[in-house]
Design a binder for this molecule. Structure first.
Ligand code: DWN
Ligand code: ZN
Length: 416
């Protein structure tokens, strides 16, 4: 990483509306980049750390982190996230595509564009149905993997300018997918304006984002990291899209990733009851006011202390503990709570691109999942708790031998 170049800036105004009435309500200190795993050759070098603070915008209700780290550092080389390592996510995506193909009569004359298309995990469903696609992703590894399976993919950041170049080439989409990317982009308005620029007049943008409400209610503070710049409510999203002549017409709540929203955004206004009901509910619960967030920091501290006490007691009783999931959220959890080699011997993960590397900050070694059967630790801390069911079902043998999982969120508890 080049020294001397400015690699992060502290935002003074809201990423969405530009308002200057931001109020910080959670400070997780200076943390390393959650997705930048440490190579063995870099163990002797310090990692850059950046402030990780969460703020609420009093003008448009957007919750956001205050530090913007250069996207070229966050997402380009060696970005290790490959969507296809999760069978649950693959099935979730297959169902999404199948429903849209049927509902909108998509076919050989259609064009589906996915922003942050990763390794082709979603677009491949359209390719198999003979429907033209275009993937756009800035991470060279996943983009190359997508092209290798026949999903045409451009390795680029989707920006306002990139959208203009597509539009000038006559590219317009019937469907635009953007899953778990809207929260990641430094130029939130430019990204949305880009969507508006390449969406057909009768097209739909189908966008998935983690939902702010379960993050607060279930204390999913570990999903806060520098790659996630925004944490969305329907209230804030509605304002963001309207600013660019787009309308949030329909919304669904999903369980994936600890609670997400699937947004249906169009160039014509026809707002469904689903959106009206969520706007009313958020106003009722206070998701559009700073008071709702004032106790979150205390909730986070309580979870951290409870988890540390549990781990301390287990270690005092002579237990051995590993962890499952070299996830970005796992990096936030172990660094915010100070969970290192004092408690955890190693982390396992199915993503082969992560094995052999080390977790950011705490430098825990990452191994393949079969390390659990080889060494049979007494407990495994579930860092990828959003895939608990899937992982527990895979680890029947480890559990049959007496191994137990610790689920840290929403309150630390042990699963046999
Ligand atoms: O927004 C993002 C979310 C949606 O996904 C990205 N910024 C990065 C990523 O966040 P994460 O790293 O916390 O993602 P996951 O997908 O929750 O991490 C799960 C980890 O667990 C992955 O490294 C894959 C691994 N895994 C595994 O080893 N065995 C996952 C499953 C399902 C498994 O069976
Ligand atoms: Zn704002």
């Amino acid at each position: 990483m080049a020294s001397g170049t400015q690699i992060s800036i502290t935002e003074r105004v809201c990423r969405s509306c530009g308002g200057d009435r931001l109020e910080t309500f959670l400070d997780l200190g200076k943390t390393p980049l959650a997705d930048r795993l440490v190579n063995p050759t870099d163990l002797g070098s310090p990692e850059p750390r950046f402030p990780l603070r969460l703020a609420f915008c009093r003008d448009c209700s957007l919750v956001q982190i205050t530090e913007t780290v250069d996207p070229k550092i966050l997402f380009a080389d060696a970005y290790p996230y490959y969507s296809s390592f999760s069978p649950a996510l693959l099935e979730h995506s297959r169902q999404n595509a199948a429903e849209l193909i049927a509902r909108r009569g998509l076919g050989a004359q259609s064009l589906i564009i996915e922003l942050a298309s990763n390794d082709g995990y979603l677009l491949k469903n359209y390719v198999e149905a003979g429907i033209p696609v275009l993937g756009i992703d800035p991470a060279d590894g996943p983009a190359a993997a997508a092209n290798a399976i026949g999903v045409p993919t451009r390795c680029a950041f989707f920006t306002r300018e990139f959208a203009r170049s597509l539009r000038s080439d006559g590219v317009r989409a019937d469907v635009i997918h953007a899953n778990n990317v809207l929260a990641h982009v430094a130029d939130t308005n430019g990204f949305v304006a880009g969507i508006a620029g390449i969406l057909k007049d009768d097209g739909v943008a189908v966008i998935e984002v983690p939902y702010l409400e379960p993050l607060i209610q279930h204390c999913e503070f570990d999903t806060i990291y520098h790659e996630h710049l925004c944490y969305f409510s329907v209230t804030a999203l509605d304002k963001l899209f309207r600013r660019h002549g787009l309308f949030l017409n329909d919304v669904r709540q999903l369980s994936i990733h600890g609670g997400s929203l699937r947004l249906y955004v169009e160039a014509r206004e026809r707002v469904q009851d689903s959106v009206k009901a969520m706007l009313a509910c958020e106003s009722e619960t206070g998701l559009d006011s700073i008071e709702y967030f004032r106790t979150f920091s205390t909730k986070v501290d309580r979870l951290k202390q409870g988890l540390l006490a549990m781990l301390q007691n287990l270690k005092s009783d002579g237990a051995s503990i590993a962890a499952y999931g070299a996830a970005a959220k796992g990096a936030t959890l172990i660094n915010a709570a100070g969970i290192g080699r004092n408690f955890i011997d190693f982390v396992v993960d199915r993503n082969v691109h992560k094995q052999g590397k080390y977790m950011p900050g705490q430098r825990l070694p990452i191994c393949a999942p079969d390390e659990l059967l080889r060494t049979q630790p007494d407990y495994v801390l579930m860092l990828a708790w959003n895939f608990t069911d899937e992982i527990l079902s895979q680890q029947q043998e480890y559990r049959a031998r007496g191994g137990k999982f610790i689920i840290p969120v929403p309150t630390p508890h042990v699963v046999q």
